[in-house]
Design a binder for this molecule. Sequence first.
Ligand code: MRU
Length: 369
Amino acid sequence: MKVDGTHRRSLWPADGRDALFVIDQRRLPHECVVARLEDLAAVDAAICQMTVRGAPLIGATAAYGVALQMNADAGDAALDLALQRLAATRPTAVNLRWALERQAARLRPLAPAVRADAAWDEADAIADADVAVNRALGAHGLALLRTLQRQHAGRRLNLLTHCNAGWLATVDWGTALAPVYLAQAAGLDLHLWVDETRPRNQGASLTAWELGQQGVAHTLVADNAGGHLMQRGLVDAVIVGCDRVSARGDVANKIGTYLKALAARDNGVPFWVAMPLSTLDRRVSDGLRDIPIEQRDAREVTHLGGRGADGVVVEVQLAPDGTSALNPAFDVTPARLVDALITERGVVPATAEAIAALTRAAPGPADDG
Ligand code: MRU
């Protein structure tokens, strides 16, 4: 997508295959800065510290992390250590495991001497496929939006989104925002309510920034405003991304997603989840019980970062000294509250049967595991 009018991906390899460039998402929206990652340790830190974040982007970044390690040492022990180290960076988004398993399957049968080239090829393939998958998912989502617009003919569509599931969370296009970008290109009149998404504020800092860059009409709202907007008839659909979806359709996504789904159901508002098949975990059925939920630093809740009037980005304390805080980063929305899963192979209900049929329909990422 575009940054200041120039097309960018959220990550790209150096020409010499000796580094990975990523947009440093911790610096947005105040500056768009590119970070150069030169080894496994730098990739590990970039994922842990959320220089990069978003399920598909974490997976692609980790795949390049393996490639960087193969440049340094392509022996069996080094490969296994790299896979283990990267797998431990963040627990909830399953795309990480999916990408590492792809690298493992590609590299383990090879002699160490040829592993580095193969690892870079595989990482490039994962990144390119992510772009194509999101574009395809976006086209299916666009069809849903066209139907919605026919139901509300003659007026602007209002969508609500939570967290950031745009191009910054993927290699390009995004998941939940891919249909939005295609709808904008197709001339549909739409507007997004953007949840701020405490505590990391991905909505305020990332979604608002990228929608602004693409010229999509949007309004930032406090996380607690969604239910009220739905009661007033100001939300035509909720569209979110996901970090892991279980085989029966339970959806792990950014903390607060579940409350939006409850409010949507109570108000008869469709609740849609954009799910590339790399985010499906067929090994988990009961997502509420078995999807691991990342617990992050309490300081993300007690403190807040932002730009002061002097232009300097600072952190301020919100809570009294010594306040204890809990910071679960994700929640799980039960499948019964999900009206549609938008995938690269079409739109399906969030049921075990529909998901199984979808993954049988053609070979692809979810069939690998
Ligand atoms: O903690 P984050 O910022 O990595 O969480 C990201 C989200 O929850 C996104 O909504 C999700 O990964 C979908 S990304 C297309």
